[in-house]
Design a protein around this ligand. Sequence first.
Ligand code: BJW
Length: 220
Amino acid sequence: MKIAILTGAGVSAESGLGTFRDVGGLWTQYDLNEVATPEGFARNPALVHDFYNARRANCASAAPNAAHQALAVLAASTHEVTLITQNVDDLHARAGSPKVIHMHGQLMRALCADCDARWNAPEVMSPQDDCPACGASATRPDVVWFGEIPYHMDEIAHAVATADLFVAIGTSAEVYPAAGLVELAQGQTLEINLEPSARANAFDDHRFGPATQVVPAWVA
Ligand code: BJW
């Protein structure tokens, strides 16, 4: 069976990485216009680097949980699994998923806004960092901010449209185009989340509860 899976922050919540929109989530602590837009970065790059440096440190000290591990087991099964994540953490890869499509980029990668070069991010990034390829002081985290086009959209759309089953896990479905992927699905659709998401009505089936319990039970 062809299975396309979209994960969001809820899948990493029980690894200790904060979600965005839950009570106490990142967008209740930070102004997203200041830390997750190109305009915010242009206004105050040091603030944005501080935000991502702290999240990079949290990510480095976090471990994959039972949901990440169950999805890695599924990828090793006879099913043809495409794993798409909105998460910028590397917990799916560390759990053993062989290929992860990061539609919103990766915390552990750096990007030169001048020449588009990409490299492994140092633990701490700063506005003074020079691009190793072109030398410009235009380095930024390789993440997709509001107003920017998510990565790998053609590959993602194809995987979702041709899957027998599309599963969204741990995402509020508040952010597009990820929230609209369910509309492309031609096969069965399943939502796994703590609670119904903003697009819950678009799914055929639902399983509600913590990802570390519901995902292993679904994969088994
Ligand atoms: C659990 C759990 C547990 C908790 N177990 N579950 C109207 C006005 C203005 C703009 C727009 C508009 N309509 C659309 C837009 C565009 C905009 C957008 O969607 N805005 C909305 C806010 C309205 N989108 C964009 O700008 C995107 N680009 C774009 O549209 O380009 C144009 C284009 C694209 C394609 C084709 C053609 C044109 C870019 C969006 C970039 C998002 N970037 C961020 C930050 C960068 C990365 C980072 O710093 O990490 O990505 S925002 C943030 O939200 C992050 C996430 O990936 C993303 C999604 O969040 P997610 O994963 O859903 O987390 P939460 O917290 O929202 O939800 C967690 C869920 O888990 C909850 O439901 C919990 O219940 C659940 N949960 N614990 C299971 N233990």
